[in-house]
Design a binder for this molecule. Sequence first.
Ligand SMILES: N[C@@H](CCC(=O)N[C@@H](CS)C(=O)NCC(=O)O)C(=O)O
Length: 232
Amino acid sequence: MASSKLTYFRGRGRAETTRWMLAVTDTDFINVAIDTPEELAALRATGKLPFDQMPLLEIDGQNLSQSSAMTRYLARKHGLYGTNETDAMWCDLVAGVVADFAETAIQAPFKSSAAIAVADMEDRFAKFGPRFEARIAAQGSTFIASAKMTFADVLLAEATSSYLEWCPEILADTPRLGRLYNNVISTPGVAAYLASDLRYPIPDANYVVAAAKVLRRALPAHMPDPNRFVVS
Ligand SMILES: N[C@@H](CCC(=O)N[C@@H](CS)C(=O)NCC(=O)O)C(=O)O
């Protein structure tokens, strides 16, 4: 039996950073997919979601909410928070910036066309890519927050993986970020995860529709019948 359980929609979304952290720390897990509003209601009725939100990570006898708490919990538990307070501060600082950077990739499948999604990501990368590069250089050219790998590197690699799926040439002028990315995806845990069935495919319109159906929310306005799941 797996030692942890991650419950979310049948896709990457806001659970993906936790999956990468479970992978890099060699923590075995299963994905539990919520596919219907009824399944979400049943999950909420268990009381395991303190703020009624997914993802939910069940680990070490605890129910964790908020992906940022999950990734930091795993980082503290497995020594991926650097070696001193300054490292820890840089981990948190970079994790915050990476969340801003990653948001554009998370929103990509919600855009009205792939061209718009790619343009948004190129703009976002133009802002943050050179800053990541400079920070990695200042840190010693291998990692971004410490002399050794931290969860900040893992989050940055996860976001970068999504950018690369939409914009394959995006790392052309940021070789240090490219090396950091390769270092993370080459760790045994992440490499095994990315090659496994636990890794969901790149999110597309079907994922957007599936999530809206579960949450009974409106779809992006460009989609047909955008209010088809909204219950008034
Ligand atoms: N900041 C949270 C976001 C959680 C969140 O917004 N979850 C959505 C699904 S992606 C949800 O459960 N929405 C239902 C609700 O807010 O009631 C995280 O990263 O875990």
